[in-house]
Design a protein around this ligand. Structure first.
Ligand code: PEP
Length: 256
């Protein structure tokens, strides 16, 4: 299967609605028709719907950073898939390490969210990754296996065009350096093999992003890493020049 490279930007809790719309409009003008990559903006909820309007008519897409698994009800502060979908949101980040660590999201909650997102016709960007102590204890593959198997439990099959996995080693997020090419290719090989063990060829074809301190300086090298189908960028996705440069470098690599 021909995988289209993906560049997703996780803005976290940054940018007001006006700032976000102006940012996306500038990027839209700069990258229009020039990109081979699927570009996904994941702004905060307050900017989400205005950004869907701002990208209309372009090849850019919008994702949410979170969602609850129930459709509606007494869940103060939460938003459902049914509320996102009609507004033009196509993707949802699920299982980000900040949600796991700060908001206590468990593998079983993440699994419920993945079922809700897929069931509602949105595409999950399912984040997994080991902590530094796991890596030091040689438990990286075990941790990834547990996260993947529990996160995707109960899915009889996957359609590789309807799900994205992002390998984000927790120790490399917002850090001074990304993981090394060797660390990434090794982890991506493990993830591919775990997915293939669960879903055969379809598992192997699931797009697999790397995330963790990707920037305009390391993107060209990291995109060449075996098993890397694109990036999930945090900090660098907030800066117009950095994000455009990452998009261009990923595009150029796939155009060769
Ligand atoms: C992230 O939070 O998903 C992320 C990859 O952040 P950063 O690029 O800033 O490390």
């Amino acid at each position: 299967m021909n995988i289209h490279p993906i560049v997703a930007g996780n803005w976290k809790m940054h940018k007001t609605r006006n700032e976000g719309v102006s940012f996306v409009s500038k990027i839209k003008n700069r990258v229009l028709d020039k990109v081979e990559a699927r570009v996904i903006f994941c702004p905060p909820f307050t900017a989400l719907f205005s950004i869907v309007e701002a990208i209309e008519g372009s090849s850019l897409s919008v994702g949410a950073q979170n969602v609850y698994f129930e459709a509606q009800g007494a869940f103060t502060g939460e938003i459902s898939v049914e509320m996102l979908k009609p507004e033009g949101v196509e993707y949802v980040i699920i299982g980000h390490s900040e949600r796991r660590r700060i908001f206590g999201e468990s593998d079983s909650l993440i699994n419920k969210k993945i079922h809700a997102v897929l069931g509602g016709g949105l595409i999950p960007i399912f984040c997994i990754g080991e902590k530094l102590e796991d890596r030091k204890a040689n438990r990286t593959t075990d941790v990834l296996k547990i996260q993947i198997e529990s996160g995707l439990e109960g899915l009889g099959a996957v359609d590789p065009t309807k799900i994205i996995v992002a390998y984000e080693p927790v120790w490399a997020i917002g850090a001074s350096e990304a993981a090394s090419v060797e660390q990434i290719s090794e982890a991506h090989a493990s993830v591919k093999s775990i997915l293939a063990g669960m879903f055969r060829d379809d598992g192997n074809d699931v797009p697999l992003l790397y995330g963790g301190s990707v920037n305009e300086k390391n993107a060209a090298e990291l995109i060449q890493t075996k098993g890397v189908d694109g990036f999930l960028a945090g900090g660098a996705s907030l800066n117009e020049d950095s994000f455009c440069s990452i998009i261009e470098q990923v595009s150029n690599f796939y155009k060769r």
